[in-house]
Each structure stands twice: as structure tokens, then as C-alpha cells.
Design a protein. Structure first.
Length: 255
């Protein structure tokens, strides 16, 4: 791993600090530290462990005063075992859907699908109407990783029903975003996409799968803890530890 310190990286590639209202805890302010992605290269692997995620050609991490709810979660691929419900989801998905792993691109079909996802799954028809080619390209297509950013397309016959963006960097398969046709919600497409990505990552020789932040108490973010055994790291602490589910043992919903 490159020996450059996090402090040096953040000073050299600093872009901006954004302070919105937290989208997960509405009563809290948030603070996101953004870095430029140009010339970051393999340092992105180090930054993943520090809590950074990619957004288009930039990187960001939560740096919120007094809050450390966004935690880095990863799965050691050679230790991962599907649970009974996951095996069912995976078998059904394998029978019903076909996948392609390609370079990201913009098409009208994907734009229509993403608009439908925003309006149906997120209940945000206004954002769906505001979506344009530029914003889609900025978020889903442009990447400082070049051909190490890939797009997974899920098809039901000739019908595109899901699109996932992922980064393949050194020993890691990092899932960036996934959207799908809400008509297929009963098939747990979000959960299936994670299981498919882990299966592909295993076949391609990757060691770790990073599904994104785990935030306890937020179902839309907590579902990732169904990928076990997992490892967790609070941003700013020394290292990963083995993940233990909340004491309540309450399972989150299928995604």
C-alpha cells in the first residue's frame, strides 16, 4: 500500500466541504469532505478503508461533527456464505435474469429506468423530472478509474430491469450504486445484485466486497449487514473488526 498519509492526501486533493442536512438523520447537520479524483489512482484503495466513496470523478467521506453513524462495511469474499433466504434469492435471480458486465454508458433506456426508480422506489417524482443527460453522465458514467469502473446490466429477456455501477480496484470490488424497475421489487433485485456481484468477484479473484456504508437504524442502509460474516470500521479508527449484529437481533427488511 502506498505510504502517503491520509493528511497529505486530503491536503493535496482537497476539493470542497459540503454541509447539507443529513439525509438519514433529518435533525442533524452533515459535513462531507470532497477530494478531486484526478491522479488518485491506486490510492483509492487506501481511501476506501478510510471511509471514502466515489461519486463520478470525485471522492467524498462523511466528516460530521459528533456523529460516526456511517461505518465502512466489507465482506471477505472467501469467507462469505449465503444464508437460506439469500440462496433462494440468488437461485431465483439466476433462473430469471441475465447479466452483462460492460463499460458504463448513457442510453435513453437507462434514463427512463432511473426516472421510474426515483419516482417509484424513492417516491421522488420531482427529482425524476429534473434528471437530465448531464447529471446522469456525471454520476453514473464519468469516473477517474477509467475501465476499472464497470456497469452491471440485469435483463429479464429483452427488458432492462436493473443497472449497477461498481469499481474494481486492486483486491476490492466496490459497489457504487444500483437502481432497478420497481415492478420487480418482489424479486429483491437490490439484494440479488449484491449476491451476483460477490459471486462475480469470487470468480474474478477479488478478496473483498465493499457494499457501501452501513448505518444502523436506517433500513435502506442497514440491509447490507445480511452479508455475513462481515467486517466493520468506524471512520477515524485504526482498523476493521469483526461485525456483530445489534443486540436486539431484529432483522431488517429485504432490499
Amino acid at each position: 500500500m502506498n505510504s502517503i498519509s491520509l493528511t497529505d492526501i486530503e491536503r493535496r486533493w482537497f476539493l470542497a466541504r459540503h454541509e447539507p442536512i443529513c439525509p438519514y438523520f433529518k435533525d442533524r447537520p452533515a459535513s462531507l469532505l470532497f477530494l478531486r479524483g484526478d491522479n488518485v489512482g491506486q490510492l483509492y484503495r487506501q481511501l476506501l478503508d478510510e471511509g471514502y466513496r466515489r461519486s463520478g470523478e470525485h471522492l467524498y467521506r462523511p466528516d460530521c461533527p459528533g456523529c460516526r453513524e456511517c461505518q465502512v462495511y466489507r465482506v471477505a469474499i472467501d469467507r462469505f456464505e449465503m444464508r437460506k433466504s439469500q440462496r433462494r434469492i440468488f437461485r431465483n435471480g439466476q433462473k430469471r435474469f441475465q447479466h452483462r458486465l460492460v463499460r458504463p454508458s448513457l442510453t435513453s433506456e437507462k434514463m427512463d429506468l432511473y426516472r421510474k426508480y426515483l419516482a417509484g422506489q424513492h417516491g421522488d417524482p420531482e427529482q425524476a423530472l429534473m434528471l437530465d443527460d448531464f447529471s446522469y453522465m456525471e454520476f453514473f458514467v464519468r469516473s477517474f478509474l477509467g475501465d476499472r469502473t464497470r456497469e452491471i446490466q440485469l435483463y429479464d429477456g429483452d427488458r432492462l430491469m436493473g443497472v449497477g455501477i461498481c469499481d474494481l480496484i486492486m483486491d476490492v470490488w466496490s459497489s457504487v450504486y444500483f437502481y432497478f424497475d420497481p415492478d420487480y421489487s418482489a424479486d429483491s433485485p437490490g439484494h440479488y445484485s449484491m449476491l451476483l456481484e460477490i459471486d462475480l468477484a469470487r470468480q474474478m479473484g477479488y478478496e473483498y466486497y465493499y457494499p457501501g456504508f452501513l448505518i444502523h437504524g436506517i433500513p435502506a442502509m442497514e440491509y447490507k449487514n445480511k452479508l455475513r460474516p462481515g467486517q466493520i470500521r468506524t471512520i477515524g479508527t485504526e482498523d476493521f473488526t469483526e461485525y456483530s449484529p445489534p443486540v436486539s437481533g431484529i432483522e431488517t427488511r429485504e432490499y
